[in-house]
Every structure is written in structure tokens, then in C-alpha cells.
Design a protein around this ligand. Structure first.
Ligand code: AHR
Length: 658
């Protein structure tokens, strides 16, 4: 059943059918008894370099292996362009280092004819009509060669030149050369390459070859506009960065070493993202993360390296850990210090004099995986004390439970492998004791159904889970799905079920993406107490536990009863509008009798937003909007009404009330 078909069911259903076929669920909304508030920061984003999130993803750079460091032995993603009759060679040349950060370069020797080197990009280079590309490279000529060099965007076979420019003369010392490549009326395509060539004999060395298309808000070194727009449409409150496993690295050396990610991109060494097994240019560095926040009006939620890397490498608290604590304090100063501070001044020098606001700092990532008992307790305490001493206003987030200090937040991660499993946990926070302890950040969560991106079943699990977080957002203050991005080209994905997919030319939001957009765009500031009667339950057999070390299979877990209908009701205290969210996981329409008390009146006319589709339905590059929410005006609402919700649907009802 396609999304449109389900919606047609809703519109065309004979009125006699509404409310029949199943017993109505009764929802009592006590609108006059709201005391708790919806967290204004509930809906945020989590990001890291995974699935080619930035490289070949959000970060606009189109040249892959621009500094030739990706592989020490060969110039991967580059090829020699040597037409018939021409001859020459290309090779990595450590004897001609570009600089201390990039101690290598690419040597191009032309012996005869026109010879060049070409970059294949990240699964091709997107070429679009009437588009300006900013090309740049560093070059140094051997004695006897002075250019010119031609830089061109061409088809993969070189037969079609989409745009070209010439650098007339090349000097004998490293220097940056820039050119604008402007396409004419070309057909959009990704089967292209960027070539730099010379038609005279001689030798030239190249480094930091870069090509940028137009970027979001025209930022230099900026981001891909289509993906940024998808994010902007989610209205996220914060961005948790830079990880995730990407923050930690497998070893201390491969952590996100923020000081190596700032300043001129030609001075950034880049590093191996060994957790996810590919090279990061670090073009998306600390300042770029912050500017991304600025562009989308999100608060930064900065995760600092906490002295633990994933191969069970850890730094002992005390003197050994002190340099890493100082590194974190410097990082915080880079973000929020004014230009009179050492690192605030460095940020100003890097192009952003204005400090960024910073409320949340997370110490590490998933330190529950640190198998040395008590290690995180000691490490967390040292970071916590140092951060609070200098910045008492900062809310410090622990990545797992600690003793000894009371963090402001604990970050909880929930990846669930089925819709039923996620739904079975959607009421967990209802009974979580409230008290003086830490608040909750649900910093990674997802229903892992659908690959590369969630299908409608995944979205139903996600929506059920979100009703639980929203209903309890006096406790759950921050939440973010993970992973956010996946490049859907072959070989790019390390982690299936990611919110937003893209290839070289296009991007799309999954049904899970649209479910989040529906939630984050439609809520009030007051949580309305709600009770239910008659929610149909469904049997769910939880999967078997893991085999023991001796290979024995544990006994089957008991079958659970899981609700099929989920809800959350909030109200805007200024406008009076009530937002009622209903998730119907059944394959049949579900009538719901809504009884709203405590208000003078609820108007009969309102708005609905409904996303409905079969569980396996999904979006993709080919069908980016197969499953999307549909908005409509509705009638028949009020303080007491019955409305039938379509099979497999996520709905928001907006009701005007006084
Ligand atoms: O989201 C993918 C990974 O899952 C994150 O890097 C890590 O924090 C978690 O284990």
C-alpha cells in the first residue's frame, strides 16, 4: 500500500466506517492540569564522520584525497591522463613535502604531449548547468618548467570538457593557484573528473587540490546546500558533535584532535577515521561544526575527548590525564572565549571573532565500553571539576552512570532492532523516578529497520519512541537520532539505518526523517497529562539472548504484550493550540475517542498532518518522496470527538482551544 493510497483511504472512507471495525481507544487529555514543560531543546541532531557523512557528504569538497595522504604508497583516487601519443608519469613524492602537516606531494612529469592527473571525486564529481566551481591547488615547478597548467572538469573519458581554466605560469616555490570553472548548458551528471594537465615537457609537484561547488549560504569551505536544507526543515535545537566513535578513535592518536582541525585547510594534517575505516581530511573541523550550528540556529553540544579510545586505550586520571583536560578547556575557550582569551583570539584569527554560545559539554562517548572498572568515574570527575571551576554555567554530560560527581545529564543510547522492540520501550520514561539527579540526554537512538535508511516500520518505531520522550520531556531534555547521514553509493555505508540518504547528485529524507520533522515542528510548551483505555496490544516475541561462552543457547524470553497505539499531547501556552500525536501501528484503521477536559472550548476546525504507508514502504534516491506527511484541514474536532486513524500511520492533530 503506497502512502497516497492510505491517505486516500482516510479521505474517501464512507463516514459509516469511521469509528467502526475496532473498538475505539479512549484518550482523556487533562488540559487544565498541565504542570510540566516540553523541553525546547528536545529535538536535536547527532553527527560524526561515519558512512561518508562529511567526506563525500555534507562537506562540500569534491576532490577525494586532495592532500595525497590517504594512502602512503599510492595516489588513490587519482589517475594519470595520458592520451595516445603523449607520455609522462605521476607518483607520490615524499622528497618534496608540501608542509609539516602534509609531508608529501604528487609529482607530475610530462615527457611528451599533453599529460595530466585526474581525480575521480567521491563516487564521481557532480556537474550541473550554469554553475560556478571554485578550484584551487598548490604547485611548485621543477627548474625548466613554468607552466601553463590547465584545470578542467571533464567527463570520465575526457571526451567532454564541461569547464576549463588556465593557470599561465607556475613558480619554483609552493604557491596557491585559484581558478573559477563555470559550466554552460551541460546535462547534470556525476560521471566526471577534475584534471590538471600540462602540454609542455617538465615536472611539477601538486598538493591540496580542491574543488568546491556553490555551498549553503555561500560559505567558503562550506556545506552541500540540499543536505543543509533537509536539516533546516527539521528545526533542530542542537548539534551533538564530533561523535560518537569518531571522537574517541581506536587509539589516542586517531581521536578527534581538534587543534589539528582548525585554521587554513592546507595546514590540516587530516587523520584516519579508524573506527569507520576511511580517511578524514578534517576539512570539517571544529570551526566548521560551529558554523554549521550558526547557519541552522542550533546550539552546539560539544563532546570533548575524555582519555579513552575504543581499543581499550585509556589515560589514568591525575597527571597523565591533565593534558587532555587542558585540551578540553582550550577547546571550550575556542568555542566561547572572547577575543582577549588565547583560544578566542585564535578563533577570531580563523575568521570568527564572535564567540559561540555553549551550554552543553559532553565528556567522552559511550564510556560504558571502557572495561576497566572505575576508570570513567575518575576521568569524569577530573573533567567535571575543571570545567565547572572555569565555566560554572556549563551543563556537563556524562556518557554513562558515575559515582563521586553528579553530572547535569547522562547520555543514554538506544538502538533497537525491530519496530516492536522500540515500541516495547516507549513507556520506559513514564515510570523513571524524578528527583535531584541528572537529567537525560538520549543522544543516540534509532529503530534499525530498513537499509540504508529506515522504512515506514522503522518510522513507526521511532514515532512511538518519540511520543515517550516528548511526554517525558521534563526529564528527557535533549534527544538525537543516530546516525544522521549515509552516502548510499556502493561501499560507502558502514552502519545501516541512517536518517538521511544521498548520493553524488541528490539527497532524500527517510520516513523516519519525516516522522522527526512532524514531531519537532508540531509541539507546544506544556505537556498535557493523558490517560488511555482500550489500547489494543500485540504479542511480541523478543529475540533470543546471546549464546553463552560455552555455546549454549539461553532459554527463549517470555512473549511480551506491546501496545499498538501511542500518543503525546502538548499545548502552546501562548496560542492555546493543542498538538495531539497519534501513532497507529495496526494494519487496520483505529478509532480514537478523544475527551479533552479543563478548557472553555476546543474548535471543531483544525489541521492534520498524516504520514501513512505500508511497513516496508520507504524513500530512496529514485523515489525520494514516496512516503511523506500530508497536511489537510479537518473538521469534527472539539472537546469530545472520535476520529479514525489510518493503518500504519503517524498523525498530528492541531486543535485551536481556549
Ligand atoms: O551511531 C553509530 C555509533 O553507535 C556511534 O559512533 C557510537 O557512539 C555508537 O556505538
Amino acid at each position: 500500500m503506497a502512502a497516497a493510497a492510505v491517505c486516500a483511504w482516510l479521505v474517501n472512507a464512507p463516514s459509516g466506517l469511521r469509528g467502526q471495525g475496532a473498538n475505539p481507544v479512549v484518550l482523556q487529555i487533562k488540559a487544565g492540569e498541565a504542570t510540566l514543560h516540553v523541553s525546547p531543546t528536545l529535538y536535536g541532531l547527532m553527527t560524526e564522520e561515519i558512512n561518508f557523512s562529511y567526506e563525500g557528504g555534507l562537506y562540500g569538497e569534491l576532490v577525494r584525497n586532495r592532500s595525497f595522504k590517504e594512502d602512503p604508497k599510492e595516489a588513490v583516487h587519482w589517475q594519470l591522463v595520458q592520451p595516445a601519443g603523449a607520455s609522462g608519469s605521476m607518483a607520490l613524492d615524499p622528497s618534496q613535502p608540501f608542509n609539516a602537516a602534509i609531508p608529501i606531494s604528487l609529482k607530475l612529469t610530462v615527457s611528451q604531449g599533453a599529460v595530466g592527473v585526474a581525480n575521480e571525486g567521491f563516487w564521481g564529481i557532480p556537474v550541473r548547468p550554469q554553475t560556478r566551481y571554485r578550484a584551487s591547488f598548490y604547485a611548485k615547478a621543477a627548474p625548466g618548467f613554468s607552466g601553463p597548467l590547465t584545470i578542467a572538469l571533464t567527463s570520465n573519458d575526457g571526451a567532454t570538457i564541461h569547464a576549463t581554466a588556465q593557470v599561465k605560469s607556475i613558480g619554483g616555490d609552493w604557491k596557491k593557484y585559484e581558478a573559477t570553472l563555470t559550466t554552460k548548458d551541460v546535462k547534470p551528471s556525476s560521471e566526471n573528473r577534475l584534471a590538471i594537465s600540462a602540454a609542455r615537457p617538465g615536472t611539477v609537484w601538486l598538493s591540496m587540490v580542491s574543488l568546491f561547488p556553490p555551498t549553503y549560504a555561500n560559505r567558503p569551505n562550506g556545506n552541500r546546500p540540499d543536505i543543509m536544507q533537509l536539516l533546516a526543515d527539521m528545526h533542530p535545537a542542537f548539534l551533538r558533535f564530533p561523535g560518537g566513535n569518531y571522537l574517541e578513535g581506536n587509539t589516542i592518536e586517531t581521536r578527534f584532535d581538534w587543534k589539528k582541525t582548525i585554521g587554513d585547510i592546507s595546514q590540516r594534517p587530516g587523520h584516519m577515521d579508524d573506527g569507520w575505516r576511511y580517511w578524514s581530511s578534517d576539512g570539517m573541523g571544529l570551526l566548521e561544526f560551529l558554523e554549521w550550528c550558526e547557519d541552522l540556529h542550533m546550539q552546539p553540544l560539544l563532546a570533548v575527548y575524555a582519555g579513552y579510545s575504543m581499543r581499550q586505550v585509556r589515560v589514568a586520571p591525575g597527571n597523565d590525564l591533565a593534558p587532555y583536560v587542558n585540551e578540553a578547556l582550550d577547546e571550550i575557550e575556542y568555542v566561547m572565549g572572547d577575543a582577549n582569551t588565547t583560544w578566542g583570539a585564535r578563533r577570531a584569527k580563523d575568521g570568527h571573532p564572535k564567540p559561540f554560545p555553549l551550554t552543553y559539554v559532553e565528556v567522552g562517548n559511550e564510556d560504558n565500553f571502557d572495561r576497566q572498572a572505575g576508570s570513567y568515574d575518575g576521568r569524569f570527575a577530573q573533567f567535571f571539576d575543571a570545567i565547572k571551576a572555569k565555566y560554572p554555567q556549563i551543563q556537563v554530560i556524562a556518557t554513562t552512570r558515575v559515582t563521586g560527581r553528579t553530572p547535569d545529564f547522562v547520555d543514554e543510547h538506544y538502538y533497537r532492532n525491530s519496530e516492536d522492540e522500540m515500541a516495547s520501550h516507549a513507556h520506559d520514561y513514564d515510570t523513571r523516578p524524578r528527583g535531584a539527579g541528572p537529567k537525560v540526554m538520549c543522544g543516540e537512538w534509532a529503530t534499525r529497520v530498513g537499509r540504508p535508511t529506515p522504512n515506514m516500520s522503522g518510522a513507526l518505531g521511532d514515532a512511538a519512541w518519540m511520543t515517550g520522550m516528548e511526554r517525558n520531556s521534563d526529564l528527557v531534555i535533549l534527544s538525537s537520532y543516530a546516525p544522521l547521514f549515509v552516502n548510499v553509493n556502493p561501499g560507502a555505508m558502514q552502519w545501516p539505518t541512517d536518517l538521511i540518504g544521498y548520493n553524488t547528485m541528490a539527497s532524500y529524507g527517510s520516513p523516519g526523517y519525516y516522522a522527526q520533522q512532524m514531531f519537532s515542528s508540531h509541539h507546544g510548551d506544556l505537556i498535557l497529562p493523558t490517560t488511555d483505555q482500550g489500547v489494543p496490544m500485540k504479542d511480541w516475541q523478543p529475540p533470543a539472548g546471546r549464546r553463552g561462552a560455552d555455546g549454549t543457547q539461553p532459554p527463549p524470553r517470555p512473549v511480551q504484550q506491546v501496545p499498538t497505539l501511542f500518543y503525546s499531547a502538548t499545548r502552546d501556552s501562548k496560542t492555546g493550540t493543542i498538538y495531539l500525536k497519534i501513532v497507529n501501528r495496526l494494519s487496520t484503521p483505529q478509532p480514537v475517542k478523544v475527551e479533552i477536559s479543563g478548557l472553555a472550548s476546543v474548535e471543531s476546525k483544525g489541521q492534520s498532518v498524516v504520514m501513512a504507508a505500508s511497513p516496508d514502504d520507504t524513500n530512496s534516491i529514485a523515489e525520494p518522496t514516496k512516503v511523506i506527511p500530508v497536511s489537510a484541514s479537518v473538521d469534527g474536532l472539539g472537546a469530545n470527538f472520535t476520529r479514525t486513524f489510518p493503518p500504519y500511520s503517524i498523525s498530528v492533530l492541531e486543535m485551536k482551544a481556549k
